[in-house]
Ligand binder design. Structure first.
Ligand SMILES: C[S@@+](CC[C@H](N)C(=O)[O-])C[C@H]1O[C@@H](n2cnc3c(N)ncnc32)[C@H](O)[C@@H]1O
Ligand SMILES: [Zn+2]
Length: 160
């Protein structure tokens, strides 16, 4: 795991992660690592920093993984609207939420030089405001790019 990837400057944003060798569809590429924080502690530490940049990964209802501390290379993987990878939360067999883990798996064969992306899956049940859309603007460059890393799960339109 993770011997076929490297961190490089990305056209999407800042640093990204690129394949350095062929990666096969279904292969587990890397694990998302970092310190474990409860949602409450993460909110205390980072809640005021709503600038659209985050190294936090929601692990489960109790914990988030904070890639800022003890984070591995996976924290540099950018979001994509036509991703070539997917992030899976693997639940601990013993039911301990602290032991759940996140693995990034290839959705298709990936050639050396390609940037790895996965759908961050950031959802809100509120309507997305223009300000939020700008803050979380997506620059993945995919033909189907939605222009934002956020997705609203809100059903229908309100008359208001
Ligand atoms: C986990 S970091 C990924 C590494 C990041 N490129 C960097 O150099 O810090 C996540 C942040 O990267 C940026 N990012 C990731 N995917 C993006 C995209 N498709 N378009 C624009 N910015 C993106 C956003 O600021 C996001 O909060
Ligand atoms: Zn996009």
């Amino acid at each position: 795991m993770s011997d076929k990837i490297a961190r490089r400057r990305s056209k999407i944003h800042g640093n990204g992660v690129f394949a350095t060798a062929p990666i096969k569809k279904g292969e587990t590429v890397v694990r998302y690592t970092g310190r474990l924080l409860t949602h409450e502690v993460a909110d205390d530490i980072y809640g005021g920093e709503d600038n659209g940049h985050t190294f936090l990964f929601i692990l489960n209802d109790t914990y988030v993984i904070d890639g800022n501390v003890r984070g591995g290379i996976a924290k540099w993987i950018n979001h994509g609207c036509a991703p070539n990878c997917e992030a899976f939360v693997i639940e601990d067999e013993g039911g301990d939420p602290k032991k759940d883990r996140v693995e990034i798996e290839a959705l298709r064969n990936i050639a050396p030089g390609e940037e790895l992306t996965y759908d961050y899956g950031i959802t809100t049940d509120e309507r997305i405001t223009d300000a939020e859309r700008a803050l979380w603007a997506c620059r993945c460059g995919a033909p189907n790019c939605t222009g934002t890393m956020l997705r609203s799960t809100r059903k229908g339109r309100s008359a208001a």
